[in-house]
Design a protein around this ligand. Structure first.
Ligand code: KG4
Ligand code: ZN
Length: 346
């Protein structure tokens, strides 16, 4: 990226249940503000789109102003506005897009539309420049489980993806079956630390079919449901919860790394780096298992695993270098199912 010539980007992210704004300059983060809506959705056990939309509308100006203040800038110092245009919840994405358009017109600044998954893919690039391309990227979040070949920044091929649930979604559901909190991934990790992953027989997903370039978690979820239901309702001891959590997490991660190894090692040309992103990568057991792979692994820094706008700003910086600005502001619209390998000419 063009070092000190890099643009100062105001990035906005509202694709799910976090209202976020950040200021970035190249891969440097000048500020990164995240307003989490978790408490609003917790009682429903999942994200409620209409509640997310309303909360984004209420908080968006606050996170933007805070990101400008934290970066010790004024709106006039910003060179471009970036926004997540997809994938994500349509009515949540709309809030960020509407605000970004409004600011781009008012301040007469160029607009950059960013793919949320590209943000996660590039989230580990902060201060890390020793990456050789082609490289691989693994995105593991509540909505996505994708292994992506980065031919160059901006050029992506999806090498493997989930055919049903995302890894984070599966962990959340397993945690719920055990009566743990929401979102469950982090709670399941905590419980699993005290557990024995071999305590119960729980089959590995797609055993022997790891070369199909697919992840699958719904079968594991069903098997886990059957296992949990063998115990009397609401009478699990804390050791049983720990053992069950450890078993689920172990099979979920073993499946992930088995598919990963098959896909990566079958690949020509060989890649050296694996860039990891997404909320589930906050899990230390998963990070340990990934670190055992014969790869240079790039993890995001704390605060950049889950959804945030800094990763959107970083991706936007690369797009700005390539001149990929929105040509007609009236064309930009939310793309709830935007794939990272789909080029959109706005
Ligand atoms: O990237 P993210 O914040 O949002 C999406 O784009 O989906 O990821 C959220 C997911 C949730 O499923 C959450 O349970 C999971 O990341 N997660 C974890 C941990 N922290 C968050 N999963 C496992 N272990 C964790 N420590
Ligand atoms: Zn995400």
């Amino acid at each position: 990226m063009k070092g000190e010539l890099a643009m100062k980007v105001l990035a906005i992210e509202t694709s799910c249940d976090e209202t976020c704004a950040a200021i970035t300059e190249g891969t440097n983060i000048l500020s990164n503000v995240v307003w989490s809506q978790i408490d609003l959705h917790a009682e429903f056990g999942g994200v409620v789109p209409s509640i997310a939309k309303r909360a984004h509308e209420e908080k968006i100006d606050w996170v933007i102003n805070r990101s400008i203040d934290n970066a010790k800038l004024t709106m006039d110092n910003v060179n471009a506005i970036a926004v997540t245009a997809g994938p994500g919840l349509a009515i949540a994405l709309e809030v960020g897009i509407h605000k970004a358009k409004e600011l781009a017109v008012k301040l007469n600044k160029p607009l950059i539309a960013v793919n949320h998954i590209e943000g996660h893919v590039l989230s580990s690039l902060v201060h890390q420049i020793d990456i050789s391309f082609p490289a691989m990227a693994l995105v593991v979040s509540g909505g996505h489980t994708e292994l992506i070949l980065i031919e160059a920044i901006g050029q992506y091929k999806i090498m493997a993806r989930t055919i049903d649930d995302a890894l984070g979604e599966a962990l959340d559901k397993a945690a719920r079956m055990l009566g743990l909190g929401y979102p469950g991934g982090a709670e399941l990790e905590k419980a699993a630390r005290m557990g024995n992953p071999q305590a119960y027989p729980l089959p590995l997903p797609m055993l022997g079919r790891e070369n199909q370039n697919e992840f699958s978690y719904s079968g594991l979820k069903t098997a886990f449901w059957r296992l949990v239901n063998q115990f009397p309702v609401n009478q699990l001891t804390s050791q049983q919860i720990a053992d069950l959590a450890a078993c689920f997490q172990d099979r979920a991660f073993t499946h992930l790394t088995r598919v990963l190894k098959k896909t990566i090692y079958n690949l020509e040309p060989r890649t050296q780096n694996l860039l990891v992103g997404g909320g589930v990568a906050a899990n230390s057991e998963l990070r340990k298992r990934l670190s055992d792979l014969d790869k240079r692994i790039n993890f995001p820094t704390k605060g950049l695993y889950g959804d945030n706008a800094a990763m959107v700003g970083i991706a936007a910086g690369f797009k700005a270098d390539r001149g990929e600005f929105v040509k007609d502001i009236n064309l930009i619209d939310r793309l709830p199912r935007w794939r990272i390998d789909q080029k959109i000419d706005w």
